[in-house]
Ligand binder design. Structure first.
Ligand code: DLL
Length: 444
């Protein structure tokens, strides 16, 4: 059996990973050249983009350096909705080989398009993600991200196949069958949302399947925020090394960025996606190391180029280079979005603050839900938290003690009084994909 150090260096030497190590000057030159091409393409082919450039009196030839990217107009999610379904396409439909749809919470869904070359780029970045997580030819990879209009399943699928792995395309749902196949096929890696994997951990325990005894050694988790405490929880209950993978439909799907084996931030595949961090309120660029909104520009997308897309995801570009030797810049883990902020009695609350507080307290499980109601005109927030079965069989005093500790921790981080409800294991609905953390029962 290969040692993990050797395994890591073999993965890092995977031919697909070569662009990860490109000298910085060469990478910047490539980025500029691609930026100029993508801006020209969007200007020629996309009405909305051309009119915004024209309003600013800006011509594509005026993008002469990477810093000039700041002159370009932003693109926002409502632009995709307003031009639904095909208004931002830069390729004729005959060249579009794939459409995906992301539904979001309100209004029309957004549609994204790919040419054959776009699918190839997507596959190549996914190969680089998976190879960077230590996967290679011979691995058996279970893809439990949803297949279909969601980009997770097919994105991971193409990447894993191109890497030379054996793919088990289970898609989401049917936990018992997922666990049976994982065990019977000797699956070595799984790609799914972190909350779905938590669900699989619980279900495996109920079925008497000891995950630690299976060959499963890598988990590639993303599509929703998760924390280092959740990583420790997952790694403690299985024998996997858990990696964070990031992406969004508007840019390509999964594969915009991914952790390497150092687990110190997510490398952005900068030869295809150009990252900036801006102040979410003013749109002004922020220097590395400052937290703000991630803005991404696609550098090679044909069917639907995105220029300065406001992701709403809050993170920072981490200063310095990763010890792994990749020259690709890294972003910090995404804990929250600028638009998932709840305002409760005038106080700003992020679900990620609740999660961070809960995970620090022993006796709770990482399953929780925030329920918002309005009572006599006032917003009320209840945090429902599952507790370990042992807590429920223990003396009532223990439960009260846990309740008080949680109440104290939440009061402290949130700065407002919320209700805490301890519930038995398995009472909060399990996610088949992205977890639904907030149930808003307020009527306006
Ligand atoms: O979730 C693509 C994806 C699939 C990424 C599988 C990773 C793995 P959308 O449905 O368009 O696409 O949702 C994109 O999900 O803007 C973030 O807010 C959130 N998100 C994605 N990955 C992460 C992550 C896919 N690793 C939105 N951490 C993004 C935190 C994430 N949030």
């Amino acid at each position: 059996m290969m040692s993990s150090v050797l395994e890591s260096s073999v993965a890092d030497c995977h031919p697909a990973n070569a662009p990860d190590y490109m000298p910085v000057a060469q990478l910047r030159e490539l980025q500029l050249q691609r930026l100029q091409t993508v801006v020209a393409r969007a200007w020629h082919q996309v009405e909305l983009f051309r009119s915004r450039m024209d309003e600013r009196g800006l011509a594509p030839q005026e993008i002469r350096s990477l810093e000039d990217i700041g002159k370009l107009p932003f693109t926002v999610k409502s632009d995709l909705r307003d031009t639904y379904p095909f208004g931002l396409f830069a390729s004729p439909m005959k060249d579009v080989v794939r459409l995906h749809v992301s539904s979001g919470t309100t209004g029309k869904p957004i549609v994204v398009a790919y040419t054959k070359e776009d699918v190839d780029v997507w596959t190549s970045v996914m190969v680089r993600c998976l190879a960077g997580c230590g996967l290679h030819h011979g691995d058996i990879v279970q893809i439990a991200y949803g297949y279909g209009l969601f980009t997770g399943g097919l994105g991971a699928h193409y990447g894993a196949e191109a890497l030379g792995a054996t793919v088990v395309p289970t898609s989401g749902g049917n936990a018992d069958r997922q666990i049976m196949l994982m065990k019977d096929f000797g699956v070595t890696a799984i790609c799914c949302t972190p909350t779905y994997f938590l669900h699989l951990i619980d279900r495996a325990a109920e079925l008497g399947v000891e995950l630690k005894e299976l060959p499963l050694r890598v988990g590639v988790f993303g599509a929703e925020p998760w924390t280092d405490s959740m990583r420790r929880h997952i790694e403690g209950l299985s024998s996997i090394e858990a990696f964070d993978i990031y992406g969004l439909s508007e840019i390509i799907g999964p594969g915009v960025g991914c952790e390497c084996r150092r687990h110190q931030g997510l490398h952005i595949f900068e030869d295809h996606f150009y990252p900036e961090i801006v102040d979410p309120a003013t749109g002004e660029p922020l220097a590395d190391g400052n937290e703000g909104e991630l803005v991404l520009t696609t550098l090679s997308k044909q069917a639907m180029p995105m220029v300065r897309y406001r992701t709403r995801d809050i993170t920072m570009i981490l200063p310095g280079q990763c010890e792994c030797g990749r020259t690709l810049r890294r972003i910090g883990r995404i804990g929250r979005r600028s638009d998932d902020m709840l305002i409760i009695r005038g106080v700003n609350v992020f679900p990620s603050q609740v999660e961070a507080a809960l995970l620090e307290i022993e006796g709770t499980l990482p399953h929780y839900q925030i329920v918002l109601t309005r009572e006599q005109g006032l917003d009320e927030m209840e945090v429902q938290v599952e507790v370990t079965p042992r807590m429920f069989t223990d003396k009532i005093g223990a439960l009260q003690g846990l309740h008080d500790r949680l109440q104290g921790a939440l009061d402290h981080v949130l700065g407002i009084r919320v209700r805490v409800a301890l519930v038995e294991a398995n009472t909060i609905e399990r996610s088949q994909g992205k977890a639904r953390r907030v149930i808003d029962r307020r009527t306006s």
